[in-house]
Structures are given as C-alpha cells and as structure tokens.
Design a protein around this ligand. Structure first.
Ligand code: PBG
Length: 342
C-alpha cells in the first residue's frame, strides 16, 4: 500500500503541522510520508507587505497538489487566500489551537511601565493587524509606542529583543505552542518563550486587546478534487465542525471586505451553547463574530485623527456562519464609507 504524501513548507512550523496531521491520519490506519516544498515566502527576506501578499506561502504547496507530486497539503489557514482554488478542496479544518497572539520580550504592563521611564517602547511587527491594534492599546493606556516593521523567523525576531533593539515582538501563540516554545504558562497569561539555551518573558495577550487574523491557530488540509489516492476520503474525518463554522464566518468577513491576510483586520468567531433547556439537536449553537478594522486600511499615511480601530460585532446561529460574516462586513463597510474600496 503506497503512503499518502503529505506536502507542506519546509519551515519548522510547517513541518510540525504536517506531522500533526500525519499522526492523526496514521491513527485512522493511513500510512503517511512528508514531502517538503520550498515557497517564495521562505526564500524572500523582504517585508511581507512588499512581496505581493496573500498566497506567497501556499502557492508552491498547492501546485504540488495540482501536479500530483503530493496527495495532501497542510497549510496554516490564516495564510490561505479566501478565494476558492479551482480543482482543490479543503477536506478538513482540524481542531483549532490557541487563537491568541503573544507579546514576546515583556508583558503589556511591563511595556507601559518602560514607556513611563522616558523613551517610547519599541515593538517589532510586520503585521498591520497587530500594529493597528497595539497602537490602539497604547493610545488607550497613554503609552508612548514605536512600531518597528520586522519580519523573519521566530529566532531572528527574538534575537532583536535579546539584543536590545526591540522591547518586544508579537507572534502567534499557535505556532509557538506547536513548536513547544511556549512554556511556564500562568493563568493570567504570563509565560516564557524558549530562545536558544534559555527563554524570554512573554505574555498571551487577551483577545480584548488583540483580535487574531481570520483562521489564526487553525490548519487547512487541502486535497485535489480528483486526487487519485484511494484513502484520500479519510482526510475528511479530521474536520472539526465547530472550528469549521468559526473560520467560515471569519474568512467570509475578510473576503467580503476584500481584505487579504495583510490587512489591518482582526476577527474572531466564538461559539456558545444553545439556551438552557433546549435540546442540542434542535437548538443550534450561537456564533458571535467580533472584528476590528484599522482605519488606515487603503492608505499609507496615517493622517486621520480619532480612534485607530472600528469595532463591530455580529451574532446568529452557527449554521449561518457565512451569512453572519457577510452581513457584519457589509455593516462595517457602510460605516467606513468608501475607505476600503480602493
Ligand atoms: N503569517 C505567518 C504565520 N502563519 C501562521 C503562523 C502561526 C500559526 C497560526 O497562526 O496559525 C504564522 C506566524 C505568526 O503569525 O506568528
């Protein structure tokens, strides 16, 4: 019996995610084999906002599916463009990891304290979503903040922190946890991130401060619609319907805004149990969608005064995830006027 070829980028995180999927397929009796794919996003060190945005990480992996050199592709869902790809199908969205971002180098309280002692705190991120929300946090707490555009892998970024050029950097908790680098987690969010021989202080930031990117912490397991392998249908069994409903709402919201993964948009769907007394089968779960949109979207210069972010919230039955996402985005667009329609 030939093994299912699981394709992903060759970065440590992509490899770990592919292995995680492979372990779950092997538990269903499917032999798996890893096939590493190098992508444009891995070889290009320019700022991500300059290399053409959405899809740089997934293009090469997807073409492996199309050409038949791999049977299954494993992506970070937040890197996957929201448009459907002809001939491909997201067979599974497995159970989601932590959706939060981590501030690595110092917690938020420590950062505001440092800002009191004279110079602005320097936080490195190349993500407009993180930057706009952090600027809002700084404005709300009267913290002098300088956002420094950085990119590169986890160690490069933490190197800037250890070297003193940055007070902190922001990374997704999901990636750090999957790599086993998120340690000593405390109930209040305080934690440490493993770096080299030691570790640096860090904090899991609440979603009241930083809403994640659409699909953050989730994986997309993609297959070719006409993939030849006889056991390919077993991939469908890795799908988690709750994660699927949440990311459908988040990605529909993003797609309706016509904003890609580099837009200053944070969005998070959460599910809550049906009303007490209702039977689980007759009463659908309730889905709440929270989002923030940076008002600088579509312009390079921040020439606006007033709040950095527009906050919106919508809700409805989880089965209507797509409609909830679309309607909330339409509502947000109406409130932003034509700013978003570049
Ligand atoms: N944009 C790169 C990327 N894509 C997925 C992850 C981490 C895993 C995840 O968020 O699901 C990261 C790194 C990061 O944002 O820190």
């Amino acid at each position: 019996m030939t093994a299912l070829r699981i394709g992903a980028r060759t970065s440590p995180l992509a490899r770990t995610q592919a292995d995680w999927v492979a372990a779950r397929l092997e538990a269903l009796g499917v032999d798996c084999q890893f096939v590493g794919v190098t992508t444009a996003g891995d070889v290009d060190q320019r700022e991500l906002t300059q290399i053409g945005g959405t899809g740089v990480f997934v293009g090469a992996v997807r073409s492996g599916l199309v050409r038949g050199t791999i049977d299954v592709a494993v992506h970070s869902l937040k890197d996957l463009p929201t448009a459907d790809e002809d001939g491909l199908r997201v067979a599974a969205v497995p159970v989601r990891e932590d959706v939060r971002d981590v501030v690595v180098g110092a917690g938020l309280a420590e950062l505001s304290e440092r800002a009191r002692s004279g110079r602005p705190v320097r936080v490195g991120t190349g993500s407009p979503r993180r930057a706009s929300q952090l600027r809002q946090w700084a404005a709300d707490h009267d913290v002098a903040l300088e956002v420094v555009p950085v990119r590169g892998n986890v160690d490069t970024r933490i190197g800037h922190v250890s070297g003193g050029e940055l007070d902190a950097t922001l990374l997704a908790a999901a990636g750090l946890r999957r790599l086993g680098r998120l340690v000593h987690e405390q109930p209040d969010g305080a934690c440490r991130v493993v770096a080299g021989e030691g570790s640096v202080p860090a904090e899991l930031v609440g979603t009241d401060v930083l809403l994640p990117a659409a699909g953050q912490g989730a994986l997309a397991v993609e297959v070719a619609v006409d993939g030849g392998h006889d056991r390919l249908h077993l991939v469908d069994r890795l799908d988690d319907p709750e994660t699927r409903a949440r990311v459908v709402a988040e990605r529909t919201f993003l797609a309706t805004l016509e904003a890609g993964c580099l837009a200053p948009v944070g969005v998070l769907a959460s599910l809550s149990a049906p009303a007490a007394g209702a039977s689980a089968t007759s009463q659908p779960q309730n889905l709440t969608l929270d989002a923030v949109i940076g008002r600088t979207i579509g312009s390079d210069v921040d020439d606006r005064s007033g709040p950095e972010l527009l906050r919106v919230r919508g809700a409805g039955p989880a089965q209507e995830a797509r409609r909830i996402g679309t309607e909330l985005a339409e509502q947000a667009l109406a409130r932003l006027g034509d700013d978003l329609r570049r």
